[in-house]
Write a protein that binds this ligand. Sequence first.
Ligand code: P5A
Length: 436
Amino acid sequence: MRLSRYFLPLMRENPSEAQIASHRLMLRAGMIRQSSAGIYSWLPLGQRVLKKVERIVREEQDKAGAQEILMPTIQPAELWRESGRWEDYGKEMLRLRDRHEREMVYGPTNEEQVTEIVRASIKSYRDLPKNLYHIQWKFRDELRPRFGVMRGREFLMKDAYSFDLDQKGAKHSYNKMFFAYLRTFARMGLKAIPMRADTGPIGGDLSHEFIVLSETGESQVYCDRAWLEADILSAEVDYESDLEPLFARWTRRYAATEEKHDPALCPLPPEKLVAARGIEVGQTFYFGTKYSAPMGAFAARADGESVPLEMGSYGIGVSRLVGALIEANHDEEGIIWPQSVAPFAVGLIDLRPGEERCRALAEDLYQKLLAAGAEVLYDDREESPGAKFATMDLIGLPFQLIVGPRGAAQGRVELKERRTGARSEISPQNAIERFS
Ligand code: P5A
């Protein structure tokens, strides 16, 4: 992509409404634009990151055996009356009426909707277990939308729903999602801490919040220091055979995060306990028959008896993750994207597009990078070198390839790593191999 043609509305000044780094940087780097309180448009650079995050989430859900569907944003009120949440959910739920005065809901979550789908088609133990997920916009009329996409009113969520015949099966489904979550966040370079949590309006009595440490986070975390160094996720998880021993080991070792948030009751000595703030990037719930029983989602067991399905639901804040990633990866100059979610793998800077030798080298390199399949953003604009460096540092691509007059004379380009600032001179051929 040529920067001269790219829609990247950068802001020079810090926007006064932004209180935390991720909100400030998303606005300054032209990733989002506010439409109204807690509601945003995603501009090209932001949309690319959102898609990258979405892809990792999707791949890990698929690996764990969940199947992707797409449910609507607008749901009929009747379903929410059946579950009892029409009354319980309160003012966060946006209620609408269509032209026939039928009551509708802009979905804040989809437990009812998915239960309706499953009750219509799953009748027997032979059809189970099932896990269905979608990645869809949600609306919650938050009292205090703030921090940009972190606490929005409209936000993108991945929500999965598991259906099992009995509690043992349901717990296994829960554990699968648990590890899929740890793997998902690890692939983005984030260490998420699972903490036992309250279940709020979703319900049930088993729940974990997944929290990424950050000073600007809204959640309080107490965590076993060892967890922060633990590396139980470097290997692939075999979801059918490795899972239960792994889960048992995890619960034995990290008792503090699993069983206690109150530090006074914590079995760990204080020196082993980390008390910090963090961002909740996901939450998992096991709520048994809370929706299936009142909504009539039953299946026949092998002995013929009809029982309500055992359910869990599993959410990841996809749009919130973009903010959380920036909170965890930035410096004074701007964003520093981890490679797995970077909007482009590399930025190509022509420092002197007016000089023939520079322009020819940069153009040739750009064409060859594109042909090799590299995701490259090419700053071909007539701007000062200082402005170009500032732009690349702000938008945070992991690497920069810099074409300047001295190097161009020798047929060399400079490679700069955004995170460390490390620079080296390489040949254009080398650069192509590196990013293809
Ligand atoms: C689980 C999936 C649920 O809604 N039902 C379906 C369950 N869980 S949750 O914890 O309420 O939300 C899941 C994740 O969504 C993100 N999130 C938000 N992101 C941005 N703005 C918001 N207002 C917002 N509310 C929730 C969080 O990451 C949360 O963990």
